[in-house]
Write a protein that binds this ligand. Structure first.
Ligand code: NAD
Length: 297
């Protein structure tokens, strides 16, 4: 049993903390939102009145927050209250620069740290089947691995500080670009009189095969569980895809990498969001490419 503090009990953090409780750990949580605190309390998380109360005398602190600025703010505060040697893990999706900055804060405080963003969405968080992409020292990884195991089914140590965030944004750039390509292919097939099923049957077993097609098909029919069969209810919200594509663009520009397809995908998702579709599943972009996604609301 490990004494854990969990900061950020939202859509992802709430169920992740609940899985740590189920695995037998003592979890104290804090969130600014009363609704999130109440929901977490129902799953067995002890609720603290502040970050400082939550993290005192814990062996590990996990944060699951919206963006880099929140993580910098929260780590700066919590590192003033933890004992040296505490392991601090951030599982939010944030920019690589901020991730490396907070690893530096932890180092200065004599703490071990990991960046450990996830893929698998809210369904994976609830089921405990997330994939964790982890950056940090071998020592920090071996201390934290069993805790990540309680929340996920695949844990990959990607390298040193920031490597987890780097893996996350590279993966999601592939996802964003491949989804645009799959959507475009279905729109072209429709114009050419080719059925959805025929394109799927060919491309899913040919060189066009990819996850966006075979697991998350953006038209209803071929993959019954994909959000296209449920009026594009998320799933993975278009606004979160845009967030990840913007993080990839920020990293590309800071590192001098050339990513023209990632830039194009970011522009398309930005337009989709501006038209009011940010809360829909990201595969709904096909409706914009057909000219159907007029301004929402
Ligand atoms: P969310 O908005 O539901 O949860 C974030 C929580 O952080 C909120 O409850 C908020 O009140 C809390 N918070 C913000 N500032 C705080 C502070 N200073 N102190 C305490 N609590 C604070 O977001 P989410 O969907 O849970 O996503 C969390 C992270 O996970 C994001 O970085 C997101 O990009 C990433 N992510 C989300 C998904 C998904 O499908 N939702 C999938 C993969 C990764």
């Amino acid at each position: 049993m490990t004494k854990i503090a969990f900061i950020g009990l939202g859509n992802m953090g709430g169920p992740m903390a609940a899985n740590l409780v189920k695995a037998g750990h003592a979890v104290t949580g804090f969130d600014l939102s009363e609704a999130s605190r109440n929901a977490a309390a129902k799953t067995g998380v002890s609720i603290a009145g502040s970050i400082s109360q939550a993290v005192r005398e814990t062996e590990c602190v996990i944060t699951m927050l919206p963006a880099g600025s929140h993580v910098i703010y929260v780590w700066d505060e919590l590192l003033g209250f933890v004992d040296p040697g505490t392991l601090v893990i951030d599982s939010s999706t944030i920019d690589v620069e901020s991730a490396r900055k907070v690893h530096g804060f932890a180092d200065k405080a004599g703490c071990l740290s990991l960046d450990a963003p996830v893929s698998g969405g809210t369904a994976g968080a609830a089921a405990g089947t997330l994939t964790f992409m982890v950056g940090g020292s071998d020592g920090a990884f071996s201390r934290g691995k069993h805790l990540l195991d309680a929340m996920g089914k695949k844990i990959v140590h990607c390298g040193d500080a920031g490597a987890g965030q780097a893996a996350k944004i590279c993966n999601n750039m592939i996802l964003g670009v491949s989804m645009v390509a799959v959507c475009e292919a279905f729109v072209l097939a429709e114009r050419l009189g080719l059925s959805h099923q025929a394109l799927f049957d060919v491309a899913s077993t040919s060189s066009g095969q990819c996850w966006s097609l075979t697991s998350y098909c953006p038209v209803p029919g071929p993959v019954p569980a994909s959000p296209a069969n449920n009026d594009y209810k998320p799933g993975f919200m278009a606004s979160l895809m845009l967030k990840d594509l913007m993080l990839a663009q920020q990293a590309a520009s800071a590192s001098g990498a050339t990513t023209p397809m990632g830039a194009q995908a970011a522009q398309l998702y930005s337009l989709f969001e501006k038209l009011g579709h940010g809360a829909e599943d990201f595969s709904g972009l096909i409706r914009m490419l057909r000219g159907e996604a007029v301004r929402a609301g």
